[in-house]
Write a protein that binds this ligand. Structure first.
Ligand code: PEP
Ligand code: MN
Length: 338
């Protein structure tokens, strides 16, 4: 249920509605909008009678929200959400953010080298995995805590905030301590207890789409985080499994306008994992800005043949430089800041 207040409501009216909701044993979420205030209700198992609220002073309407996600939905919040990463980079409407870096933190030398390079070509946020979810248990699993410390060092030197993946509860605590945004990878999109732990934090969470998740399932996963109290969720489209082996995944750019319609949350596109092929990354990154994504995240490596993870999809430094230049032209044409 969503309670919409009249334009001329008073703060006492809002308090009255909040108390009423809490007295019913539910949680109230007060959301100031451009014209008035909406108060969302969560925690109810069945439908609530709108009559409970319509007679309270200052209430204009009480709407049933029948979707299985509420706080993630546009019905709940009309205005696009902005998320601030590391106190300096805003992901949200009117601008386009570039996230770049190696797939994995492999060594201090490699990470600092690539961090400097992506910074010099215009990246806003540095990526790099310290905990890697690998299909084979024999593949490089990441440097763990040591990798997080290297990423932090690269961040301090370049001034770029960081995003890195947490694979499990223990990793989540460490990533929360060392990074600016926490990535929940495709394989963990429906790890509900991990999502709930993310919801208890304040740090931005980048929630990647599961490889066979529908958009509704993805938004319900986001709801697990929001509902626990962390409003800082950014979605990331990274491709879904398809039958065609030409690309690693099928990058679903349609998801961007669909998400924009259904949700107020910002959305990032990852064309590196989405295509798995270096030469397909730039065209799809340009597609991402054109369809209204708020950011792209790309793998960059200066020695991809030596990369311990995902070398074939890493952009070379010169490719990345060219990509950012072309994104700047597109941003200008589209009227977004970059
Ligand atoms: C990654 O970004 O490093 C990654 C493992 O991505 P995904 O979870 O989308 O496969
Ligand atoms: Mn990867």
């Amino acid at each position: 249920m969503l309670v919409l207040m009249k334009k001329d409501h008073t703060p006492e009216n809002v308090e009255g509605v909040r108390k009423k909701i809490e007295s019913m044993g539910f949680a109230a979420h007060v959301m100031p909008g451009d014209h008035s205030v909406a108060i969302g209700i969560t925690g109810n198992r069945g439908a609530i009678d709108p009559g409970e609220f319509l007679l309270l002073p200052g209430v204009a309407e009480a709407l049933r929200v029948t979707r299985e996600y509420k706080m993630a939905s546009r019905d709940f919040k009309r205005k696009d959400t902005e998320i601030v990463v590391g106190g300096k980079v805003t992901i949200g409407p009117g601008r386009f953010v570039v996230i770049a870096g190696p797939c994995a933190v492999e060594s201090e030398e490699q990470t600092l080298r690539i961090a400097r390079l992506v910074k010099s070509h215009g990246a806003h946020i540095l990526r790099g995995g310290a905990f890697k979810p690998r299909s084979s248990p024999y593949a490089f699993q990441g440097l763990g805590l040591e990798g997080l410390k290297i990423l932090k060092k690269a961040s301090l030197e370049t001034g770029l905030p960081t995003v890195t993946e947490a694979l499990d509860h223990r990793g989540l605590e460490m990533v929360n301590e060392w990074a600016d945004m926490i990535q929940i990878g495709a394989r963990n999109m429906q790890n509900f207890s991990l999502l709930q732990e993310c919801g208890k934090l304040k740090k931005p969470i980048m929630l990647k789409r599961g490889m066979s998740a529908t958009i509704d399932e993805w938004l319900m996963a986001a709801e697990y985080i929001l509902e626990q109290g962390n409003p800082n969720v950014v979605l990331c489209e990274r491709g879904i499994r398809s039958y065609d082996p030409q690309t690693r995944n099928l990058l679903d750019l349609t998801a961007v306008p669909v998400i924009k319609d259904l949700s107020h949350l910002p959305i990032i596109v990852d064309p590196s994992h989405g295509t798995g092929k270096r030469d397909k990354v730039a065209p799809m990154a340009r597609g991402a800005i054109a369809v209204g994504a708020n950011a792209v995240m790309v793998d960059v490596h200066d020695r991809p043949a030596e990369a311990l993870c995902d070398g074939p999809q890493a952009l070379l430094p010169q490719d990345f430089e060219k990509l950012v230049q072309s994104l700047r032209s597109l941003a200008q044409a589209l009227g977004v800041a970059l």
